[in-house]
Design a protein around this ligand. Structure first.
Ligand code: AMP
Ligand code: ZN
Length: 152
């Protein structure tokens, strides 16, 4: 499936561009962000191309939301960050740079000074790949979505 050849995320879905995949089913794909705002920054995308929230279909939205919870829980069990933000941008003014609907899953610290519109900086691909393997290992274990997150 390559719905939109000009879309980098459709090309990742189609396997034309490599990615550090975390989970995949027929509706959604999750992979590491290669310009991480913080260590462990991941993305969750519906496979069906839609440029933003408003043009996505309900099924894709529901599948992406469920995948966000699974990935966030795996990140929590892998890195034990004090917080995790889900972020989703619509339009350049909101900081959207890839126009294929997606959620960010971002581990947070109280002192990380992360702004909503952060400056992307290339990450260390070896370190991102190692982290992807650890998060995948957490995904292979039973998720525990009901466990209350430790908030500081
Ligand atoms: P946004 O700015 O909200 O549209 O988010 C797009 C995200 O996609 C940014 O955080 C980029 O770092 C990330 N990104 C762009 N290209 C790739 C890629 N090839 N692999 C992984 N992440 C990417
Ligand atoms: Zn796309």
């Amino acid at each position: 499936m390559n719905e939109n050849p000009d879309c980098i995320f459709c090309r990742i879905v189609a396997g034309e561009i490599p990615s550090f995949k975390l989970l995949e089913d027929d509706r959604v794909l999750s992979f590491m962000d290669i310009n991480p705002a913080n260590e462990g920054h991941c993305l969750v995308i519906p496979k069906a191309h839609a440029p933003n929230l408003f043009e996505s279909d309900d099924g894709s939205l529901a599948a992406a939301a469920a995948a966000c919870r699974r990935v966030a829980d795996a990140v929590r069990r892998t890195l034990d960050p004090p917080g995790i933000s889900l972020m989703q941008a619509n339009g350049p003014a909101a900081g959207q740079s890839v126009f294929h609907f997606h959620f960010h899953v971002i581990p947070r610290r109280a002192d990380d000074d992360l702004l909503f519109n952060w400056e992307p900086r290339p990450g260390d691909l070896d370190a991102i790949g190692r982290l992807a393997e650890r998060i995948r290992a957490s995904l292979r274990q039973e998720p525990a979505p009901q466990k209350t997150m430790r908030l500081e």
